[in-house]
Design a protein around this ligand. Structure first.
Ligand SMILES: C[S@@+](CC[C@H](N)C(=O)[O-])C[C@H]1O[C@@H](n2cnc3c(N)ncnc32)[C@H](O)[C@@H]1O
Length: 356
């Protein structure tokens, strides 16, 4: 997970929210620093000399190898992995008896996806840790999922670099590719998309509004859950900002675009903050918000496989198939799909989808 850092460019152009992929060295390095982190080496080095607490059901469910309880069960809770298949097992000490229990699949998954056990996931993912395929498998408490994200963004600097998780320097590459992608729909032709009004969803301080939407559309509306970002937008957008009609401070899960109003609804680097059901319902409302020939555009990080939880900013990253399924569920049809080129190798792949 990337921590935001202050822009080295005065917080303006050249900023981007890319996230490092969960299998990237940066993320693993971050995991090591975490307080509760148990690296694979740590787990392997837990002493396993014969202990007084060998439980009769002490077989690893992953590969049925017998496991020895660690000798120092004096620690109240120990998590160890089976050296054969790396399945996780937890010992708890109750009074004088050590009770051991396998972590439930869900716990294993969330351990693997959050800071503490990223290293275990990267080495054991093949067999022991099936990927989640929907947000309900990784989001345990919806209320907390949203409130944690709101809290996270409140502490992020209102700069382009803040918007982009410290990757401010790739903002121009992002905007230039987006412009090229969008312009093919705005060209003359019978189904040409109009240029009257656009909506920037999860707009932040208006990085996209400023450089992509205001130059192409007569008016733009912005919606974001973080009030400070919208306040900042008013100065960040400069003179051209007077063509921003509405600054809606609202979570997308609760927001309804005005029906039949927008030529383009742009949703970038924010879908991970919505659960599957909320995303699909929001996309349905976006569909109703389109003017004739209007399009909805999603541009976001794509996981390699499944749905990956990020506990730091309380978001998920979905794989391409999961995102396509949600788009279909919302009754939208894909018109174009493109992978962003020239982004740094260590970040998630980024895809743009146009639909109506
Ligand atoms: C990674 S930034 C992207 C900002 C902008 N789209 C860009 O590309 O520059 C994510 C933005 O989503 C906003 N956000 C997070 N959760 C949200 C939600 N549930 N509804 C609306 N906005 C949300 C944050 O406040 C933040 O401005």
């Amino acid at each position: 997970m990337l921590q935001p850092r202050e822009s080295t460019h005065g917080g303006d152009e050249g900023d981007v929210p890319a996230k490092q992929r969960s299998d990237s060295p940066g993320v693993l390095a971050k995991g090591k620093e975490d307080q509760d982190c148990c690296s694979l080496d740590d787990l392997r080095n837990i002493p396993t000399r014969e202990a007084p607490y060998i439980h009769p059901t002490n077989a690893c469910p992953g590969c049925v190898m017998l496991l020895n309880a660690p000798a120092d069960v004096a620690a109240q809770t120990l998590v160890v992995s089976c050296s054969a298949c790396l399945f996780l097992k937890k010992w708890e000490l109750h009074g004088t008896a050590a009770v051991n229990l396998f972590l439930k699949p869900k716990q294993i998954r969330s351990n693997c996806n959050v800071s503490c056990c990223l290293q275990i996931k990267s080495e054991s993912h093949k067999g022991a840790c099936p990927a989640a395929s929907m947000t309900s498998e990784v989001v345990e408490n919806e209320f907390e999922f949203y409130s944690k994200a709101e809290k996270y963004w409140k502490d992020v600097p209102a700069t382009v670099d803040g918007m982009l998780g410290g990757y401010g320097h790739i903002s121009s590459i992002d905007i230039n590719s987006s412009r090229k992608f969008l312009q093919r729909f705005l060209r003359d032709g019978p189904n040409r998309t109009g240029t009257t009004r656009a909506l920037d969803c999860g707009a932040g301080i208006g990085r996209i509004t400023k450089r992509l939407l205001l130059p192409l559309f007569k008016t733009v509306d912005m919606v974001d859950v973080t009030e400070d970002f919208l306040t900042k937008a008013k100065s960040y957008l400069g003179e051209e900002g007077r063509r921003v009609r509405n600054y809606f401070c609202c979570g997308l899960q609760d927001f309804s675009p005005e029906p039949n109003s927008y030529d383009v609804i742009w949703i970038q680097w924010v879908i991970g903050h919505l659960t599957d059901n909320h995303l699909s319902d929001f996309l349905k409302r976006c569909r109703a918000g389109l003017r004739p020939n209007g399009i909805v555009v999603i541009k976001d990080n794509m996981a390699q496989e499944g749905v990956i939880m990020d506990d730091v900013d309380s978001s998920v990253c979905r794989d391409l198939d999961v995102v396509r399924k949600i788009i279909r569920r919302a009754g939208l049809h894909l018109l174009a799909e493109e992978r962003q080129e020239n982004f740094p190798d260590e970040i998630y792949h980024v895809y743009t989808f146009a639909m109506r």
